[in-house]
Design a binder for this molecule. Structure first.
Ligand code: NAP
Ligand code: G4F
Length: 363
């Protein structure tokens, strides 16, 4: 029976990967950070499982990493921990570099110093952001990198240090160059989730408008649950290699809005250009989407489109047999429609309660 250590287990991908590995019979260990609020929502359903274990560790803290590696002695390490928000990396570039670049080094060196280099396989959560200001379309494993944000520059270091440890110390260390992958568990400030939540709230009369940045940005969006399967497959190969994981399909932010609002029951029409572009509810004529330069980035990556041929051939992973773009949008909107409906119900209860308290009906 294998033992896996997942850093970033509380995140979108960490939670799906933990589920997958538990299903495969692994002993699953994850690292968490202390926080003053509860942030374990995505893994709460796994706590109490006999093969699920959590440890405090931070990628900024070598001692905590060494301690957990020594204790767990994993057969596989999946390094998913990161400051993963591109826009935030412009505000916190040094923190992003410490976690997303030096953090990878701390983990690799920790594996070596704990005497696990020969037995432990290592997966690094690399990213299509490495292609940044893209030099060709679509992008594959041979496309030159041109990182275009502090996040991408930090992740580029992570990519190269993994390659270095593979070559210098013969470690089974690989990077998955994953294109954007989303889900009902996606953080609420990434564009897809921001749109599906807003579509649900606007459809249920809870929000009036959605403010977005660059509507023309193009992404290759897949479903996170399908992508964590590739992380595992990459570590089961006969030799360590890097892989692009993508759907091979590209859509704009504007198009994502059209599909999401339609699923929520609102037909949209876009009018105007650039900062004056607006999304209008065709049925009511109301403006429900506006562009705000607050969400523009100093440098924006606008043309990501992955070529998953190598993954298809070597991993046997075929994105055409996985969740489609429309299915992804639909499942996200459906989950948010349900979430918002409950929010409304509990809010209504609170409102009624306040009223009842005021009238002395409830004491
Ligand atoms: P996410 O939801 O933002 O999760 C990030 C995880 O990293 C969280 O568990 C977070 O813990 C943890 N973390 C942050 N800083 C840390 C630190 N200093 N020490 C230890 N843990 C830390 O991200 P995701 O979407 O699941 O992505 C997983 C990984 O894949 C990330 O490395 C991301 O950069 C990369 N990636 C993502 C995509 C995508 O489209 N989702 C595409 C390519 C690559 P807290 O809960 O405590 O904050
Ligand atoms: O959803 P996003 O914030 O994701 P982004 O920047 O592509 O990064 C995500 O995917 C990467 C893989 O390529 C990961 F490595 C990374 O960790 C993260 O998971 O933005 C997507 C696009 C951008 O071009 C952005 O400018 O959407 C555009 N956008 C337009 N309006 C917006 C908004 N992005 C956000 N977050 N919020 C907006 O209001």
């Amino acid at each position: 029976m294998k033992t896996a250590l997942i850093t970033g287990i509380t995140g979108q991908d960490g939670s799906f990967l933990a589920e997958l590995l538990l299903e495969k019979g692994y002993d699953v260990h994850g690292t968490i950070r202390r926080s003053s609020v509860d942030y374990r929502e995505r893994i709460a359903h796994l706590e109490g499982h006999p093969k699920f274990h959590l440890h405090y560790a931070d990628l900024g803290d070598s001692m905590s990493i060494i301690q957990v590696l020594n204790k767990v002695k994993p057969d596989e390490v999946y390094n998913l921990a990161a400051q993963s928000h591109v826009q935030v990396s412009f505000d916190s570039p040094e923190f992003t570099a410490d976690v997303d670049a030096t953090g990878v080094l701390r983990l690799l060196e920790g594996i070596r110093q704990c005497g696990l280099a020969e037995t432990c396989r290592f997966y690094q959560a690399s990213t299509s952001e490495l292609y940044g200001k893209v030099e060709e379309v679509p992008q594959n494993e041979k496309t030159p990198f041109h990182p275009y944000s502090p996040y991408a520059v930090a992740k580029l270091y992570g990519f190269w240090i993994v390659k270095e440890y593979r070559e210098a110390y013969n470690m089974f260390a690989c990077s998955g160059i994953l294109f954007n992958h989303e889900s009902e568990r996606r953080g609420e400030t990434f564009v897809t989730r921001k749109i599906t939540l807003a579509a649900a709230r606007i459809a249920q009369g809870k929000q009036k408008k959605l403010l977005l940045g660059n509507l023309s940005s193009l992404r290759d969006w897949g479903y996170a649950k399908d992508y964590v399967e590739c992380m595992w497959l990459i570590l089961q190969q006969p030799k360590p290699e890097d892989f692009v994981i993508a759907t091979g399909e590209q859509h704009s932010v504007r198009e994502f809005c059209l599909y999401a609002f339609r699923r929520a029951g609102i037909e949209l029409e876009f009018v105007g250009e650039d900062e004056n572009e607006k999304g209008i509810d065709k049925a009511t004529g109301k403006v429900v989407i506006e562009v705000s330069p607050d969400f523009y980035r100093p440098t924006d990556v606008v043309n990501l489109w992955g070529d998953p041929t190598k993954a298809k051939e070597k991993l046997g992973w075929d994105p055409t047999k996985k969740t489609s773009f429309e299915q992804l949008v639909n499942l996200m909107v459906d989950a948010d429609m349900a979430k918002v409906a409950v929010e409304r119900a509990s809010e209504a209860v609170r409102t009624n309660l306040a009223e009842y308290l005021e009238k002395g009906i409830v004491k």
